[in-house]
Design a binder for this molecule. Sequence first.
Ligand SMILES: [Zn+2]
Length: 254
Amino acid sequence: MNYKQLKFFSLVISLFILSLGLFYHTALWAFLPVVLLYLFLVSRGSAKLQANFFLNALCTAGKPNQLAITFDDGPHDFTNHILEVLEKHNVSATFFCIGTHAEKHPEMVQNMIAKGHTVGSHSYSHPVKWGTLSEKKVAEEITKGAETINKISGHKSLLFRPPFGVTNPRIARALNNTNLKVIGWDLRSLDTSIKDPEKLYKRVMRKLPGKNIILFHDSQKQTIEVLDRLLTHCKKVGINIVSLGDLLNISTHE
Ligand SMILES: [Zn+2]
């Protein structure tokens, strides 16, 4: 169920309870389950990009044995190491860059493009309060982030990944005014919280079967080793590392 359907069903159920009031005595608390269910589904939809609740995000492709590697939050101190690992295995990946980070390390963004990787935007400043920003502020973050990445990379990227994967009606409306495609994931590595490479690798291995888009962060040191091991494993078991464009059959830039 998406946000539009939820609003419709909530209205119908509320009207039904109201109409019951014409014949029976209905107290205000009769609306409580509807309100609670509404709030639960809205907060779940806001936090779970894969639910496609407020907008359609591309999170999987249903293609067994194909995997696209994605990195958020860079460019960062470890980005060059990540690029070396990708080069060693001769595969390409997608980097969702933060505008302010790209301004600090423009050469890293240009290096990504030069080495055949895809670059997308991950907002201008990755605000901690992303989920509570006004529509105007959200639109500024999206536009300025994309413009910054495009200017530095020399490519007009069509890809956007929302900070924290959080969406809401304001974010959905702001994105509707752009031609950006929202990209999610179906395998969250959790590399921002699992610092031990062995534990992180085990988690990725456990979750890997059947998944198409993995989310890493090039801001995490342990990700370098885990990426190397993952790519070795994929080659061994016949999982093809593909670009997001090929996996989802979309154009990633103009
Ligand atoms: Zn992020």
